[in-house]
Design a protein around this ligand. Sequence first.
Ligand code: ZN
Length: 292
Amino acid sequence: MERFTIPWMATATLLVAAVGCAHGVGSGWRAAALPAVAGTLVSSGTAGLPDRSEVTAGQLVIHADFPLAGQHRLVRDLDGLRADVSQELGLPVSDEPVHLYLFDTVARYDEFVARTYPGFPARRAFFVETDTTLAVFAAWQDRIAEDLRHETTHGYVHAVVPAIPLWLDEGIAEFFETPRSDHGLHRDHVARLAGRLLEGTWQPDLARLEALASAGEMSQDHYAEAWCWAHWLLRTTPARKRLLEEYLADIRRDPATAPLSARLRADPHAGANPAAAVKEHLASLGGVTVGR
Ligand SMILES: [Zn+2]
């Protein structure tokens, strides 16, 4: 997650957090990639934001360049995601609006991003948090459903756990971006990590993930590993799921809560060697034999 200042829907400069995601194309997010924008969205009107239609669905306020029915399958899916995120993570639901801005073409989206966020790296969708707003921006394209599930998950989570650590924020978003029927199983990540293990170029290391300070430092391998830890916590034993839920609840109360890796070392439910357990879990998902 990058933190940077940018004038946003107000004349005052506000603290903004943008979550850099694996959904970018090209080189992805970089530290300090977002200089402050000259002028404000207020002073430049809506700065080309989609406003042809507006649909409210639960916590979501969807602004689109095109007519979008409230009963559109995608809208229903994203609305239903709210309860799934809440139930899986043991988090309360929030009424804080999450605004989704859907551009009808990639060209229009790119033009908006270039004008509003100069220097912003090319990416298909992104999430921005300010003091007052949770917002997702995306272009309507082939992978819109996956992109919106990922970014909207950030919105739902940040509405109640704004201080969530970067690695876990992305691991959870990757968990929920898969179609609901996949129950969090991300096959691309399984294949990637299994391949890295066979190459001998990767071992799970939660403390290494926790040390990542900005999304610009996160490679695809990091996203895959973050997903894998999240999946291991949520899909292996009730005790591990509860451990994650308790960790998230503690971060809500105290953003300075000690990292999860320290908690795992002290918790018997995590097992004597969590990294080895994560590798075994990966092997069980991918059908590959994983050496210790
Ligand atoms: Zn993300």
